[in-house]
Write a protein that binds this ligand. Structure first.
Ligand code: ZN
Length: 687
């Protein structure tokens, strides 16, 4: 569970959790809105010079037409599709929530979970009572030595306290699944929020303490107690944060690879009985494991020796409240939770409607039960076929591209092509659907359902340890508007929901579809060869297949992009992090280039007239505009700051302009001059 999520799934900041969507190629029109198009001339602002700012040129029409909805922190074409699709999922869930004997077992589960989540009156009436057994367990802790038993249980019900534990593929041997232990336990978005000294970060920490205080007051503490407890939480989390790797350090898989065995790891943890922990977590008590961050666990061990019992209890109480505040606790908790995480940190002006959040919850908990109904309704088999054809065309283009590289030696090219040919293409939906029969969903028990869904997922994850890797498994649900590459499995994954307008349409031509969806396919494929992905071989092992000389040349070329993005100031005082975003930036540039090559090939073999205009644009111009228009996005300044500080993806404007500045073919299509803004003086290029 750790590795895949850590290595570059193409997770858009808003969509990282996998939001739902609608389906079916060509079924693009929302009930009462305009039809979504892949290449849309009505969005173009002809008042802007395309060689000065191509993003504004391609997107201004969309930006004018789509003011930011108050419940969104960022709103773009992905969100546009997500919103339409949520309506489809809502229909499925509302139908399934009508108690009827004819419901299938899965329909009962998704329907009753949705109904339980929507029943705010019952949740409010129950108050904190459903959480009492867990709060009592924490209260009953008699010494820090008893923590392992309790923590094993809390991890099973999804509470993110102290560290994380799960299954993962062995870095050295991708065919085997072992135990993984990693850093965790923070309430702020990532570790640097605890350590940065600039005024904005200091202010945010103050707001966080205030948020924790308010949550403790809601849970029944006096103001004075809550104030003190909130400070305790910040102190403990700060220690954990300081011991954790930065998000940039985490991007190098070598930093996360520390194979050991559970017996040796247990000996290191002198103040924490690992035997008791694994017993309570129902996790393996022996065998190979990966200690992802040894420094973190050494500090964690020390922290336990130094922290009074009451403070440990306070911290656990907070982690528990935080974990269940979303849609399982009364509205007062829910609102305060929204106020800090969505309003203060990301600028949202209004809480999302309940049905949207409950739809998302069911998708997260039982994505393949909901997804199975969804796919049957909205993803026709011919969509899958067309998507596969496109993927194969892009893969072929990559083979040719590797052959043509002037900087790579013949020996490394052979290995690179071996890896390319071993890539597995997963499109649409799983070969076999996840079995939810062991998950019990009780109508009217929102909090209990959340606990059981976590337990089900935790057990499902741990059950993989010691068994062969199942490469057919998906990390995203079928309705998700997103895609990812998995470096340890060497596969690309495109959920069903993505293959539709405004990203792909059977009504539009290849210029539009390759510019948009083709660039995404190329993006995922290039992840196999970015600064992280290139460190894994064709079988997904962390194994070096590069000659020293080629590795040096790769790094030199990648450094060009690091510099390029480091120079971008996303919000006043906050620059993008070129190293953090390197993998995504390489994938954006390489992916678009591959899509261009694949499309040029197709266009040539079809003898396409490259001078013939449609809607006033030549085919190549429409290719670039379609690429740019997928990124049209409004973002609140607060969200932009969070994104610049935490997201491996650059903001959308730069995913458009900075990428195109590096492609001379783009400049040619719009007759841009060398001195124009959209032409980099020395373009970067790796793939
Ligand atoms: Zn990506």
């Amino acid at each position: 569970m750790f590795c895949v999520n850590r290595f570059s799934p193409w997770a858009f900041v808003l969509l990282a959790a996998g939001l739902p969507m609608h389906g079916a190629l060509g079924q693009s029109a929302p009930a009462n809105g305009p039809e979504l198009r892949v290449f849309d001339p009505s969005l173009i602002d002809r008042g802007v010079n395309p060689c000065e700012n191509f993003y504004q040129y391609s997107c201004n029409g969309w930006l004018k037409r789509n003011p930011l909805p108050p419940d969104q922190t960022s709103y773009g074409r992905f969100a546009e599709l997500v919103e339409i699709n949520r309506l489809h999922l809502r229909q499925i869930l509302e139908r399934a929530s009508v108690a009827s004997p004819s419901r299938t077992a899965n329909e009962q589960k998704i329907g009753d979970e949705y109904a339980s989540c929507m029943d705010v009156a019952a949740i409010d009436k129950a108050g904190l009572e459903p959480l009492e057994p867990e709060l009592n367990r924490i209260e009953a802790l008699k010494s820090v030595a008893e923590l392992p038993m309790l923590l094993g249980h809390l991890h099973r019900i999804g509470v993110n306290a102290f560290f994380g534990m799960g299954s993962g593929q062995d870095f050295a041997d991708a065919s085997s699944v072992i135990s993984f232990y990693g850093a965790g336990g923070l309430g702020l978005p990532e570790r640097d929020y605890y350590t940065r000294a600039d005024p904005k970060s200091v202010e945010q920490r103050g707001q966080y303490v205030d948020h924790v205080r308010k949550m403790f007051v809601l849970a029944g503490e006096s103001d004075a107690e809550a104030q003190k407890d909130a400070q305790t939480v910040l102190a403990i989390e700060t220690e954990l944060a300081k011991a954790s790797l930065t998000i940039t350090e985490q991007r190098d898989p070598q930093n996360l690879n520390h194979p050991t065995d559970i017996a040796s790891f247990a000996k290191e943890l002198t103040h924490f009985s690992l035997a008791e922990y694994v017993d309570a977590a129902h996790a393996p008590a022996s065998g190979k494991m990966n200690d992802m961050e040894p420094k973190f666990f050494a500090e964690f061990n020390k922290l336990l020796a130094e922290t009074p019992l009451d403070e440990v209890k306070t911290y656990l109480r907070w982690r528990l409240l935080d974990g269940y505040a979303g849609t399982s606790l009364p509205e007062s908790f829910d609102n305060e939770n929204w106020n800090f995480y969505s309003h203060i940190l990301n600028g949202a002006e209004k809480q999302q409607d309940r049905w949207k959040r409950c739809t998302r919850r069911v998708d997260q908990e039982m994505g393949e039960a909901l997804g199975q109904v969804y796919v049957a309704k909205y993803f026709p088999p011919d969509a899958k076929q067309r998507a596969l054809e496109m993927t194969l065309a892009i893969e072929q283009a990559m083979g040719k591209d590797i052959d043509s590289l002037d900087w790579m030696s013949a020996a490394t090219k052979v290995k690179a092509k071996e890896k390319l040919h071993a890539v597995m293409n997963k499109i649409g939906d799983p070969e076999k659907w996840r079995d939810y029969s062991k998950l019990e969903i009780v109508r009217g028990d929102a909090l209990g359902n959340q606990e059981r869904a976590h337990e089900f997922e935790f057990a499902r994850d741990l059950a993989k340890i010691g068994k062969p890797v199942d490469k057919t498994e998906w990390q995203m649900s079928p309705p998700t508007v997103n895609a990812y590459y998995d470096p340890q499995q060497n596969n690309v994954n495109f959920p069903a929901g993505y293959f539709q307008p405004p990203f792909f349409s059977e009504k539009e031509d290849d210029a539009a579809n390759f510019g948009d969806m083709g660039s995404t396919i190329g993006h995922e494929l290039t992840h196999g060869f970015d600064d992280e992905g290139r460190q894994f071989d064709k079988d997904g092992n962390l194994a070096d297949w590069w000659t020293k000389d080629d590795e040096q040349k790769f790094n030199d070329r990648a450094a060009c992009e690091v510099k390029q993005y480091d120079a971008i100031e996303a919000v006043p005082g906050v620059h993008l992090n070129g190293k953090l975003t390197l993998g995504e930036n390489l994938a954006d540039l390489g992916g678009l280039w591959l899509a261009w090559l694949a499309w040029m090939d197709k266009a040539q073999s079809a003898h396409l007239d490259m001078t013939a205009k449609t809607d006033g644009y030549t085919p190549d111009q429409r290719f670039w505009i379609a690429y740019a228009q997928q990124w049209c996005t409004q973002t609140r300044p607060e969200q932009l700051r969070t994104q610049a500080e935490t997201d491996p993806h650059a903001p959308e404007e730069y995913r458009t302009n900075t990428v195109l500045e590096d492609l001379p073919d783009f400049a040619k299509s719009f007759s841009c001059k060398k001195t124009d803004k959209m032409v980099a003086p020395t373009p970067c290029r790796v793939w």
